[in-house]
Ligand binder design. Structure first.
Ligand code: BTN
Length: 271
């Protein structure tokens, strides 16, 4: 499958890929990973598919996943409370962005975790988690598992993805050639392991996020609580929420999707 097999991936000796499943085709690696997590698979289980027939994106969207992409989900069992689970999404975005820079794709993070190359989406991240009560006070919940899905538009043309409503790109379009998916996976696993390993030091992760992002300084539009708000993205809170300076005051945006309204920022140098 695109040069990827269980044996070659296991040969990477990544702590995130101790158990590996490779499928020619699956409905969704996310769903298969969750099935394995519920059955007790250990931390560091990786599911990869050549094609997904029911790939899922954020906000319940369909995620087109034809041959040539890297469609994968990781089962993680971090030793921290459920309250830290929301950190996974931006921490993963930093790891994935660094991996893309390493393989030559100049990538920026659009809040919270879209990976853009030349302003177009090249990769999406979907973090889902399950918590359980850990005894004691009602709010004492442990993270049972998290499923981290990464959808990388790799060796494809944008037209292959069948997306009409958003600007998308692929690694092939950006680099002008295909990548060895094993090299890409190696870079992803290495960088994700480093960033996930320091998720408790979230201030440092968010500093990296700031270095890599393309949202701060932009005028953005966000739909929240049934209304549309516009403002200037000024910073993040200590837990990664987006702070907007809006006519009605400072607004914290915790989740959802934002729209960049203008290209206000000068391009920055590589991290
Ligand atoms: C987004 O909407 O930006 C997130 C997209 C995440 C897609 C990946 S592809 C691998 C994994 N399996 C899925 O069904 N979704 C995620």
């Amino acid at each position: 499958m695109n040069g990827l097999s269980r044996e070659v991936i296991e040969g990477l000796h990544s702590p995130l890929a101790r158990v590996v499943e490779v499928h020619e085709a699956l409905a969704s690696t996310q769903d298969r990973a969750r099935e394995l997590a519920r059955a007790g698979t250990p931390d560091g289980t990786l599911v990869v598919a050549g094609v997904q027939t029911g790939g899922r994106g954020r906000l319940g969207r369909h995620w087109g996943s034809p041959a040539g992409g890297l469609w994968m989900s990781l089962v993680l069992r971090p030793e921290f409370g459920a309250s830290l689970a929301p950190r996974i999404t931006q921490t993963a975005a930093v790891g994935v962005a660094k991996a893309l820079w390493e393989v030559g794709v100049e990538t920026r993070i659009k809040w919270p975790n879209d990976l853009l190359a030349n302003g177009k989406k090249v990769c999406g991240i979907l973090a889902e988690s399950s918590a359980r009560h850990a005894g004691g006070p009602a709010n004492n919940r442990r993270l049972d598992y998290a499923i981290l899905g990464v959808g990388m538009n790799a060796n494809l043309d944008p037209a292959d993805l069948g997306v009409r409503d958003r600007e998308i790109t692929t690694i092939r379009s950006e680099l002008g050639h295909d990548l060895d998916l094993l090299d890409l996976l190696r870079a992803l696993l290495t960088n994700l392991a480093v960033e996930m390993g320091r998720i408790r030091d979230f201030g440092a992760v968010l500093d990296e996020w700031r270095n890599l992002n393309c949202t701060l300084g932009e005028n953005v539009r966000v739909r929240r609580f049934g209304e549309t708000v516009e403002g200037r993205a000024v910073d993040l809170t200590s837990e990664g929420a987006l702070l907007l300076a809006a006519p009605q005051g400072t607004i914290e945006v915790f989740e959802g999707e934002i729209e960049h309204l203008a290209q206000g920022r000068d391009a920055e140098s590589a991290p």
